[in-house]
Design a protein around this ligand. Structure first.
Ligand SMILES: Nc1ncnc2c1ncn2[C@@H]1O[C@H](COP(=O)(O)OP(=O)(O)OP(=O)(O)O)[C@@H](O)[C@H]1O
Ligand SMILES: [Mg+2]
Length: 608
């Protein structure tokens, strides 16, 4: 129930639709019960024509006799209208029944109409919240989660909530009200018979709840498996080249089919268990009806304490509570099933981001003195990646980070951008700890070129607009020129309006790099963080990229993570990292003279 309550919070903005739904359902339930009562005079017309003729207008004698009064009054009216013509009486009663059923169904539709806006509104809002949360959660959250799992939660789990929880909402008033009105009518016709109905309700409730017991667990398995095969699909799409290239189709197909087989088994158990609900409750219901037929039949045929038309209408009413009773037992299953989906959705919605703005965090709009990394230590999981690392980058300087693969270079970029928080020490910009700067304003100060060029399935222009939403075409072309990208964009079929494919697949590696550099250039931030791609480029495109980098670093403060050492010869300071610690630093020439680690790196690269 706790999940149900939380999901209901999302329905609050749509409560006016819920109110409308309740009002319409009250009418629905009322007409639903009345439509059976209206059968009584019709049956009277059919069975007891002689009696009708003798009827006089009845007088109201009090609540206890309301049933007889109402019945006699209707019969009287029918008689009055029919004027001894049985077919006219029949016609009138049938019209009444038709009218009542019409009204009942109109209100039923109106009630469903109103609740539709609530159901789909909640669906929309939960998905939007999930998206917002997904963007807000720290990068670290997603290194452990599979993408397919997030897709499953946003897609099918939310849909499951809509199906199960919110369909319950629709029933919440309609079915109990129908039961209440029907039982009132039944009580009016025969309190004695109705006693059996009251015995039946708790017994069937017990049986039904036993069947639904393991439903949440089963449903959870189904939803989880959905995440697994969506992940496989997602990875397959991303890695098609490798899968085909390594002829690993079978491996991945087996992985996928293993998951769908599991899904098949889990959902069979789930569905079969859930499908037990309706047959069970219908059978329980018909058993009660059998008992009613037995006792009621005796009352009519032997004791004569109940007239036959009331009895038939009564049986109609008794059958009428079966449908809502079935719906309620089904709904109790839905809640259990929905609980599993809601738990998965709420797990994401309720994850607190561990990288948040402090309450007194300030907006920083300018960079004026230096970046000061002070004695920081950091670990992703168990082992420290950076140990007591310190570095100063004065305004206007270019600092280069070099060192073997895995030495922690990209990690430093992750920490300055605050994708992760340091475990010890502090990173300060203009003597202000970056934890005390709002993330938004901090990242506005930074231009970022990541090691793997991250591009979107959009046009060249669309990809650059990420950096500056209102940039004009002219500005975009300027940025492309600085990044040495204009020369190839110019020759694309539709220039800057050319779509570059999924993650920029229609471009070459060097072109992708230059485009992501152009994106950072367009943003024009005071600080550039550049994680140069490791992919080997041919000499010509290497020079193009290098020129792009040089252009970009001009008059800026830059931290450059370099793999091609030629890029950084002009850097003000070169930091040589090994296993998260600084082993050497200085200018290119100084380091060469030292004949240390850097010297060896340069020697190796010039050989290759
Ligand atoms: N998200 C992560 N979770 C756990 N460990 C990580 C994560 N990212 C990086 N690491 C580990 O941190 C260490 C430093 O990684 P980092 O990416 O900073 O290296 P790098 O110097 O940029 O290497 P390269 O030159 O290959 O880009 C590596 O040992 C790596 O295994
Ligand atoms: Mg790296």
């Amino acid at each position: 129930m706790q999940y149900f309550k939380k999901i209901i919070q999302f329905a609050l903005p749509y409560k006016r639709f819920a109110f409308l739904n309740i009002i319409f359902n009250v009418f629905y339930a009322l007409f639903s019960a009345l439509s059976f009562i209206a059968l009584i005079p019709m049956l009277d017309v059919l069975f007891e024509q002689d009696k009708i003729k003798a009827i006089k207008e009845p007088t109201y004698t009090g609540m206890l006799d309301i049933k007889d009064y109402f019945k006699d009054y209707l019969s009287f009216k029918v008689h009055d209208f029919a004027q001894d013509d049985a077919s006219r009486a029949l016609l009138l009663v049938i019209s009444l029944v038709i009218l009542l059923f019409l009204l009942k169904n109109i209100f039923r539709y109106l009630a469903m109409y109103a609740i539709t806006f609530l159901r789909n509104g909640v669906l929309k809002d939960i998905r939007n919240e999930l998206y917002k949360k997904t963007v807000n959660l720290p990068i670290s959250f997603f290194s452990e989660k599979r993408k397919g799992d997030i897709l499953a939660r946003t897609g099918t789990d939310v849909l499951e909530i809509q199906h199960s929880f919110l369909s319950v909402l629709e029933l919440l008033f309609r079915e109990p009200l129908t039961i209440i009105f029907t039982i009132i009518m039944m009580l009016i016709i025969s309190p004695k018979l109705t006693l059996f109905v009251f015995i039946f309700i708790p017994i069937s409730g017990f049986i039904i709840s036993r069947i639904g017991k393991t439903l949440k667990k089963k449903s959870d398995q189904v939803q989880k498996e959905q995440g697994v095969f969506l992940s496989t699909l997602e990875e397959t799409l991303g890695g098609l080249k490798i899968i085909k290239g390594f002829t690993a189709e079978k491996l991945f197909r087996e992985k996928f089919e293993e998951s769908t087989s599991k899904f098949y088994r889990f959902s069979n158990t789930l569905l079969n268990r859930q499908n037990l609900a309706s047959p069970t409750s219908e059978f329980l219901g018909i058993s009660v009806i059998a008992i009613l037929l037995w006792y009621g039949g005796k009352m009519v045929l032997i004791d004569g304490t109940l007239d036959s038309s009331s009895f038939i209408a009564y049986m109609g009413l008794a059958y009428n509570i079966l449908t809502p009773a079935k719906a309620i037992s089904k709904a109790s299953y839905s809640v259990k099933k929905g609980n599993a989906a809601a738990e998965r959705v709420l797990e994401i919605l309720e994850t607190e981001s561990n990288i948040t703005d402090l309450p007194d965090a300030q907006d920083k709009t300018e960079f004026s003195t230096e970046i000061d990394i002070k004695n920081i230590s950091f670990k992703y999981q168990n082992d420290f990646v950076l140990n007591d690392f310190s570095l100063k980058v004065p305004k206007g300087h270019t600092v280069a980070l070099v060192g073997q693969s895995g030495s922690g270079k990209s990690t430093i970029a992750n920490l300055i951008t605050r994708f992760y928080d340091v475990n010890k020490g502090s990173i300060n910009i203009d003597h202000l700890n970056i934890k005390k700067i709002t993330q938004n304003s901090l990242r506005k100060l930074l231009g970022l070129v990541t090691q793997d060029s991250i591009l979107f399935n959009d046009t060249v222009k669309g990809n650059l607009l990420v950096a500056k939403q209102n940039a004009s075409d002219q500005e975009i072309i300027e940025a492309l020129k600085v990044a040495n990208a204009w020369e190839f964009v110019e020759n694309l079929a539709e220039g800057i309006y050319t779509n570059i494919g999924d993650s920029g697949n229609k471009l070459s590696g060097g072109q992708k790099q230059r485009l992501s550099i152009a994106r950072a250039v367009l943003k024009n931030p005071p600080i550039m963080i550049l994680d140069e791609a490791t992919s080997a480029l041919d000499t010509e495109s290497e020079q193009l990229v290098q020129k792009a980098l040089e252009n970009m670093m001009k008059n800026r403060t830059s931290i450059v993570i370099a793999h091609r050492l030629s890029t950084i010869q002009k850097a003000d300071n070169i930091i040589v990292l090994a296993k998260g610690e600084i082993v050497e630093q200085g200018k290119h020439e100084e380091l060469l003279e030292n004949k240390g680690v850097y010297y060896n790196l340069v020697k190796m690269q010039s050989l290759s």
